[in-house]
Write a protein that binds this ligand. Structure first.
Ligand SMILES: C[C@@](CO)(OP(=O)(O)O)[C@H](O)COP(=O)(O)OP(=O)(O)OC[C@H]1O[C@@H](n2ccc(N)nc2=O)[C@H](O)[C@@H]1O
Ligand SMILES: Nc1ncnc2c1ncn2[C@@H]1O[C@H](COP(=O)(O)OP(=O)(O)O)[C@@H](O)[C@H]1O
Length: 282
């Protein structure tokens, strides 16, 4: 990738859903969730250079995604439309976060573009205003703007900070693309979990993902990966899948499991972050 020296680099981390309960459904069909988001040390990098001609130009195309559909472009266009800025941007997105894995890469890219351009274009929106703009691009976007590990309710946009213990994670990306909408629309999806977050946060027994069962039934590759990780501890699927993860107390314990699984699977050994790398940007 050829990025000019005068472009600025901004990190976009992946997330895990440490638990995910579906507690209801809105009238528009969107599901009401309770979830805990944790940022992890696996990053895309978004390179940005301001343009004077008002154009938004993406220089790194993703197979199968039209440039105007790319979440990084949609974020830039949304900010430009909302603020009336006359400026534009050149964007280069260096992808490291596997796509369609429930790791929120596209949403994180979008959030990073909103935060970066709000600074570079000097459009002066507050974090809350950026979050309101972001949720229209995807339910996962607001937490990346919020910038802290968080308990989320609503469709993922009502956020409160949670302080999580130091942990490492082994993540496996099964070789399959789970469609989020397909799982949310599945007839056998559990949609009536009781809102009960305080108990969940206090208990290590109750970490559960309500989307997991349906995904395991539909995608044998996800079940295989989860079964492998479960040999080493309490593994869970993140978001709507396909990735599964195992929390570990420290790096060396995580590396041992990673080494054991990495010859058979696309796997990652990552640290849990305390906060988003752009948590202090303004
Ligand atoms: C499941 C979660 C958990 O963090 O993550 P991922 O697995 O996608 O990373 C999110 O709720 C996903 O958020 P995101 O991926 O941004 O979804 P969106 O683009 O907003 O929605 C994709 C489709 O999923 C359904 N959808 C999404 C969110 C939600 N709360 N209820 C829904 O029913 C809708 O049918 C929507 O058209
Ligand atoms: N910048 C982007 N990065 C990744 N995916 C994108 C992007 N823009 C649009 N997409 C589309 O969004 C889909 C979901 O991507 P992603 O956010 O990485 O996964 P998930 O929602 O499972 O966490 C991709 O398969 C792709 O079609």
């Amino acid at each position: 990738m050829n990025v000019p020296a005068d472009a600025q680099a901004f990190l976009a981390p992946a997330k895990l859903n440490l638990m995910l309960h579906i507690v209801g459904r809105r009238e528009d069909g969107y599901h009401l969730l309770e979830t805990v988001f944790r940022f992890i040390g696996l990053y895309d990098t978004v390179h940005v250079r301001v343009r004077d001609d008002g154009e938004i130009v993406l220089h790194t195309l993703i197979d199968g995604v039209a440039p105007e559909q790319d979440l990084s472009v949609r974020a830039a266009v949304a900010l430009k439309t909302h603020t009336g800025s006359v400026l534009g941007a050149d964007l280069w997105v260096e992808k490291n976060i596997p796509m369609g894995g429930g790791l929120g890469g596209g949403s994180s890219d979008a959030a990073t573009v909103l935060l970066a351009l709000n600074q570079l274009w000097q459009t002066g929106l507050s974090r809350q205003e950026l979050m309101d703009l972001g949720v229209r691009l995807g339910a996962d976007v607001p937490v990346f703007i919020f910038g802290r590990n968080a308990f989320a309710s609503g469709i993922g946009e009502i956020l409160s900070e949670v302080v999580l213990k130091n942990q490492w994670y082994v993540v496996i990306k099964p070789n399959v693309h789970v469609q989020t909408a397909k799982i949310f629309n599945h007839e056998r999806l559990t949609r009536d979990s009781k809102p009960s977050i305080m108990r969940i946060l206090e208990s290590t027994q109750q970490h559960r993902n309500d989307m997991q069962q349906v995904v395991l039934e539909e995608y044998a590759e996800v079940k295989e990966a989860l079964d492998v990780l479960k040999q080493y501890g309490d593994a869970l699927m993140t978001g709507s899948g396909a990735c599964v993860f195992l929390p570990m107390p420290n790096e060396s314990a995580a590396k041992k499991v990673y080494t054991a699984v990495a010859s058979h699977f696309e796997a990652y050994c990552v640290v849990g972050l305390d906060k988003h790398p752009l948590a202090e940007i303004d």
